[in-house]
Design a binder for this molecule. Structure first.
Ligand SMILES: C[S@@+](CC[C@H](N)C(=O)[O-])C[C@H]1O[C@@H](n2cnc3c(N)ncnc32)[C@H](O)[C@@H]1O
Length: 218
């Protein structure tokens, strides 16, 4: 599966949407605390990590693929270099979303993920949300964007379990609003709808991604 990500990242390298914050990041920043530590899960090229670093958060940018983490590190240096500013404190680290996170409990003010929480079966997805809950500080905020059951590609490929398919060389889960609330049941919902969009898939008619923002319940 890691070859799949390496290949995909090579294809995306340099595309204009990889060098600006996502629509989702700009939409949800208003719901976040004004500063603090932010863990970006499955950060890819790191465009949102850089956006949040520039907004004043201490960002931990993570992914499973070493090459893309190195690329994100370089991109952040180039980005702040062009602004002629020192790069704020950013950390880059391998984190596998299917394993226990290498962080203590109550570490982060914010956990953020743009299109990376939807690759796992139900059991792994439940464990993943428990890990997110564990590493968030009390009152911390979780914000994520995931595939939706309204996507044109929903129900294509081989069905592995309800809402979960073997498709285009990877496994993908498609969420409804209800599913997002189910997995994030330990969070007080601030925003949960199917109005999410990305620059990459706007032209493919994808306008109904699942957006979630919630606060860790004590
Ligand atoms: C669709 S990309 C999203 C990247 C970035 N957040 C963005 O929106 O441009 C999904 C990302 O999840 C990462 N990923 C896939 N499986 C993972 C896993 N088990 N643990 C951590 N990251 C993973 C991939 O390497 C890839 O960077």
């Amino acid at each position: 599966m890691s070859d799949y990500w390496e290949e995909l990242h090579k294809r995306y390298d340099g595309l204009d949407w990889t060098e600006k914050p996502s629509i989702f990041a700009e939409e949800i920043v208003e719901y976040l605390p004004k500063n603090g530590t932010l863990l970006d899960l499955g950060a890819g090229q790191g465009q949102d990590s850089v956006y949040f670093a520039q907004a004043g958060f201490a960002v931990f940018s993570t992914d499973i693929e070493v090459g893309i983490i190195e690329r994100a590190d370089e991109y952040s240096k180039e980005f702040f270099g062009k602004l002629d500013k020192p790069r704020p404190g950013m950390r880059f680290q391998v984190v596998d979303l299917q394993k226990k996170f290498p962080f203590e409990e109550n570490t982060f003010n914010i956990v953020y993920s743009h299109l990376a929480l939807h690759y796992f079966n139900k059991e792994s997805t439940e464990k993943l949300f428990s890990e997110i809950y564990r590493v968030l500080k009390p009152g911390g905020v979780l914000a994520f964007l995931v595939n939706s059951v309204s996507d044109p590609e929903f129900n294509t490929g081989k069905k592995l379990e309800e809402g979960y398919f073997d498709t285009e060389g990877t496994h993908k889960r498609y969420f409804s609003v209800k599913d997002a609330k189910y997995f994030a049941k330990n969070f007080d919902v601030i925003l949960c709808d199917d109005q999410g969009e990305t620059y990459k898939d706007q032209d493919k008619g994808v306008h109904n991604l699942i957006r979630f923002v919630g606060k860790k319940l004590e």
